[in-house]
Design a protein. Structure first.
Length: 266
């Protein structure tokens, strides 16, 4: 299993699969590379896919330090690209991964060929924060109730019911269960402190902003805010989708993203 090393010495595990031009898939907060398990094969059919375990997750190091930030995570992605010998890649980041992708494209423009920002936010103070009822649901003392609340923010009730009826009990978008508490807290703080508002106009890569129309976890109103700050960016809302639109609505979202990633300059 390959590891890259960040400037501070943190070992960063990553995985390559598929064949073709490189595509980096960036996962959500407190999640490792397995966030993408339900759809990775669809992307690997046409690209060499790079998946990364954020510091604090998966098989990467888990330092208890001040090294966790969305800007710093972007530097970690650069370290992985350097280790893998990739000069330039397409980048698809969702949720916190979309926050990281904003910094990557703004501060390392030569490394990003095309950019997809999914279910993400420009950050406070300009972004739209989740409502108090969502925060209360996620902070319940009963772990099972909090997990259920997160599940229902990710997916529609009908889809959850169908999955459970089929015997499914594990979902790869609900967080890396092996994360230590300090890493989980630092991920939360890094995501909450994200503010790329002033950096977004510096993004030069062709950009697609995708969001579920019914996303309350990271409110849908953030999509036009981001697109309005990035020159030439397009927006696509997936009707009826919640936060994990890329899994539940993969039949819509994956072809949409692949078509965009495959576009060539006119």
């Amino acid at each position: 299993m390959p590891h890259a090393y960040a400037p501070d010495g943190t070992a960063l595990h990553y995985e390559l699969c598929g064949a073709g031009e490189p595509l980096v898939l960036l996962s959500g907060q407190s999640n490792d590379r397995r966030w993408w398990d339900p759809v990775v094969e669809d992307f690997a059919a046409g690209f060499t896919v790079v998946r990364i375990d954020w510091r604090g997750t998966g098989d990467s190091d888990r330092p208890d330090s001040e090294s966790y930030s969305t800007r710093g995570f972007a530097d970690d992605v650069v370290a992985v690209l350097d280790d893998a010998g990739i000069d330039r890649a397409r980048v698809y980041g969702t949720s916190m991964g979309g926050r990281v992708a904003q910094w990557l494209a703004a501060e390392h423009p030569a490394r990003v060929e095309r950019l997809v920002l999914g279910c993400t936010s420009p950050g406070a103070p300009h972004g739209v924060e989740r409502g108090p009822e969502v925060r209360r649901a996620l902070s319940q003392r009963d772990p099972a109730a909090a997990r259920r609340a997160l599940l229902e923010l990710m997916y529609t009730p009908a889809w959850i019911a169908a999955q459970e009826a089929a015997g499914r009990t594990e979902f790869t978008t609900l967080g890396d269960p092996t994360m230590p508490g300090h890493a989980r807290r630092r991920h939360l703080r890094a995501s909450a402190r994200h503010d790329a508002w002033d950096a977004l106009p510096r993004i030069k890569a062709p950009t697609l902003v995708v969001h579920g129309s019914d996303d309350a976890f990271n409110p849908t109103a953030n999509a036009p805010l981001i697109a309005g700050r990035i020159p030439g960016a397009r927006t696509h809302l997936v009707p009826g989708a919640r936060h994990a639109y890329f899994e539940e609505f993969a039949s819509v979202a994956t072809p949409l993203v692949l078509d965009f990633l495959d576009e060539r300059p006119a």
